[in-house]
Design a protein around this ligand. Structure first.
Ligand code: NAP
Length: 489
């Protein structure tokens, strides 16, 4: 039984936490989800070409491996289907309360529990709170002067009713999402203008469907898919190694990208515009064999002049040129460093998480925050990866949280709270480990406005697993249970 747990968010993180808790007989679990169902980013992002750029044998739960992934990197529907299936198989799909946007979570020092409120005024009480809202759920729209009179939407809110065929379309942004949908839009639009602010380093990814013989090997040769997962894990670690050591091993990654990009970019004018001027791995390395060829199609123009403003007919660049458009698609990413905000979270003594994070988000192992008893974050600060699978990290976090709650349960306590000195020391150590790495060598969505890297883990998946595998009770303090009220004579 108890403690009772409210989980906010029904993406991979929320579902991982619910499964882990259920496996260890925590029965009282509620998952509050702002959308109409589970899936998180894989329910929200439905743009054409949407797929994971992390191979599915790794971007999946270790306890729910599949032998029949259709291709190296599964498309969005397949991932959503997978997550729904895993939730169903583990009996947690029914715990999701859909269409419930949480606006505030407050710790009550007296009651020693959390009160969670939704936008429509409903409330929940719980002994523990798991915030699994992720880093990539709040679309970022650029602040541009002027107003466009045509149609526009963000890539995470794709308007499938809008027919792009024969239209003059602009895409603003060339990040991981845009490189997936630009090749698809280029096939439909009459003219496509791609506005790039910064170039990217690319590595190949064709992502053809697996041939039947390979699927048969996965299905019938014991251990092959486990071996594949292992190989992909260490391939991911090798990317991290290049990012951690940009002057030495990073050069190998750089060379692979440079050869691939030189081979793909036949048009010298496009090549000059695309070529990045920053260290390999500083921003997310993009995997696509289709984006750079798409930029060289006759109906596609790559624009690197900064956008000066919008006008009713289109976009005006700094050189004064106006492109007339029917539609603007914003591939401008997410407000990653805001994490769960604007949700209001208030911990012990009424201290808000905004105050606690005034100098930037930080949490012990990205999970626990001093002053916030039994609050746990999934995919929290410094747990993103540039060369691995978030699902791997989330499994570690789910197990860590379960151990923390088991500790509370076995001691008959009300809650558990990380020691401030422990969290400060681990934050200092995390930040120190970024020194000399590629992550610190350009601006990116990994960093906040002060330049602190707040989203990414500075090391390897293996290291995170070592640290998060076992909860160390000495790093925590227990909040004692309330004395039972005296019985009236
Ligand atoms: P993103 O990587 O943050 O890219 C946003 C793009 O918009 C960048 O090219 C950025 O340019 C540009 N941009 C932002 N503000 C702009 C402005 N004011 N004017 C002009 N350009 C602007 O966002 P995303 O492509 O949606 O991807 C976000 C993250 O989602 C990825 O990094 C990845 O972690 C995840 N994702 C994963 C997959 C997957 O397959 N696993 C697929 C898609 C997305 P700058 O580079 O100059 O900032």
């Amino acid at each position: 039984m108890g403690p009772s747990v409210v989980i906010v968010g029904a993406g991979f993180g929320g579902i991982a936490a619910a499964i882990e808790l259920r496996k260890h007989s925590f029965e009282d679990i509620t998952i509050l989800e702002k959308g109409p169902g589970l899936g998180g980013t894989w329910r929200e992002n439905t743009y054409p070409g949407c797929a994971c750029d992390v191979p599915s044998h790794l971007y999946s739960f270790s306890f729910a491996q599949r032998k029949d992934w259709s291709r190296l990197c599964s498309p969005q529907e397949e991932i959503l289907d997978y997550l729904g299936g895993v939730a169903r198989d583990h009996g947690v799909g029914g715990l999701v309360v859909p269409n419930t946007k949480v606006t505030s979570c407050a710790w009550d020092d007296e009651a020693r529990s959390w009160t969670v409120r939704s936008e429509d005024g409903r409330t929940w009480e719980a002994d523990a709170l798991i915030v699994a809202t992720g880093q990539l759920h709040q679309p970022a729209l650029p602040r541009l002067d002027g107003e466009f009179a045509g149609h526009s939407f963000h890539s995470a809110q794709w308007d499938h009713d809008y027919d792009l065929r024969g239209k003059r379309v602009a895409v603003i942004g060339t990040g991981a999402s845009a490189v997936q949908f630009v090749p698809e839009v280029a096939k439909q639009a009459r003219r496509l203008h791609v506005f790039q602010r910064t170039g990217n380093w690319f590595l190949p990814r064709k992502n053809h469907a697996y041939p039947r013989w390979l699927l048969a090997i996965f299905s019938y040769v014991p251990g092959v898919e486990r071996l594949r997962r292992w190989g992909l894990f260490y391939y991911g670690e090798s990317l991290t190694m290049g990012i951690r050591h940009p002057r030495t091993l990073g050069k190998i990654g750089w060379l692979r990208s440079a050869v691939f990009m030189r081979w793909q970019l036949r048009d010298p004018a496009v090549r000059r515009k695309v070529w990045p001027d920053y260290t390999w791995g500083c921003k997310r390395i993009l995997f696509s064999s289709w984006f750079l060829p798409a930029l060289q199609r006759p109906n596609v123009e790559l624009i690197t002049d900064p956008i000066a403003r919008l006008c009713s007919g289109g976009v005006v660049t700094a050189d004064g040129v106006e492109r007339e458009l029917d539609c603007i698609i914003y591939g401008t990413g997410f407000r990653t460093t805001e994490f769960m905000f604007p949700m209001e979270i208030t911990g012990a003594a009424g201290r808000s998480l905004r105050e606690e994070w005034a100098d930037g988000p930080h949490a012990h192992l990205g999970i626990t925050i001093p002053g916030f008893p039994s609050l746990f974050v999934m995919y929290g600060p410094n747990t993103n990866t540039s060369g691995g699978s978030i699902v791997f990290y989330e499994e570690m976090q789910a197990s860590y949280i379960r151990q923390a709650l088991a500790h509370v349960r076995s001691h008959g306590a009300a809650a558990i709270e990380v020691r401030r000195d422990v969290e400060s020391a681990s934050d200092r150590e995390t930040q120190a480990r970024f020194a000399g790495t590629a992550w610190t060598q350009c601006d990116s969505w990994y960093r906040d406005e002060t330049g602190r890297v707040v989203t990414n883990w500075p090391g390897y998946m293996r290291e995170y697993a070592e640290r998060a595998r076992m909860l160390d009770p000495s790093e925590y303090e227990l909040v004692p249970a309330r004395e039972p009220a005296p019985v009236a004579a």
